[in-house]
Design a protein around this ligand. Structure first.
Ligand SMILES: O=C(O)CCC(=O)C(=O)O
Ligand SMILES: [Fe+2]
Length: 184
């Protein structure tokens, strides 16, 4: 796979009203997301997170399912079978220097080793925060993800990525992993 094909961008994946509704609805439910493989590691990640699925957000999940099918057919062609984890909403706060250091989403646990495709949607308007850039490093070059509200960024879950320290305001994101037989 060539680097140019290591990610896909869908502008207007969600409209601004939906982004606002998700932020308003889920910001009350946020919990510490400093947990990495069951260990508190705030030097690696400092953010608050919460989760939802089709029971709470049927229309958003339908949209995500449709986009995943489309992007996978046109760009990745991975063998995908399920969403084994709920969708994650994360908040990175400027006053805490919210961030998530360089990492791959493929981990050692039963579920994390089945992650194949990662989708991140920018829920906040770029002028609502400073820093907080989502960056990918698919092949030795750092690529800055677009910041526009409602934009979805898709990449193979093994690709290194980070959220740079947020220095002001609040950055909200939505992450969905798509699972299948581990890469081999
Ligand atoms: O919030 C983001 O933009 C990325 C989140 C992320 O990388 C993760 O949850 O694994
Ligand atoms: Fe990640």
């Amino acid at each position: 796979m060539f680097p140019e094909e290591m990610y896909a961008i869908v502008p207007d994946a969600l409209d601004r009203a939906t982004c606002n509704r998700l932020i308003d609805g889920f910001s009350q439910k946020l919990d510490d997301g400093g947990l990495v493989q069951g260990q508190s590691a705030s030097h690696i990640r400092r953010s608050q997170i919460t989760w939802f699925n089709e029971t709470q957000e049927p229309a958003v999940m339908r949209r995500i399912v449709d986009m995943v099918a489309d992007v996978n057919r046109n760009v990745f062609d991975f063998s995908l079978s399920e969403f084994a984890e709920d969708a994650q909403i994360a908040c990175y706060a400027g006053d805490q220097r919210g961030h998530y250091d360089w990492h791959s989403d493929v981990g050692a646990s039963d579920i994390a080793r089945r992650r194949k495709l990662t989708m991140v949607i920018q829920l906040s308007e770029p002028d609502q925060y400073e820093g907080g850039l989502l960056q990918l490093n698919p092949a030795g070059h750092v690529f800055d993800a677009p910041m526009e509200r409602g934009t979805a960024i898709f990449f193979p879950s093994f690709v290194l990525h980070r959220v740079a320290p947020t220095t002001a305001g609040l950055r909200y994101s939505l992450t969905q992993w798509v699972h299948g037989t581990p890469f081999r």
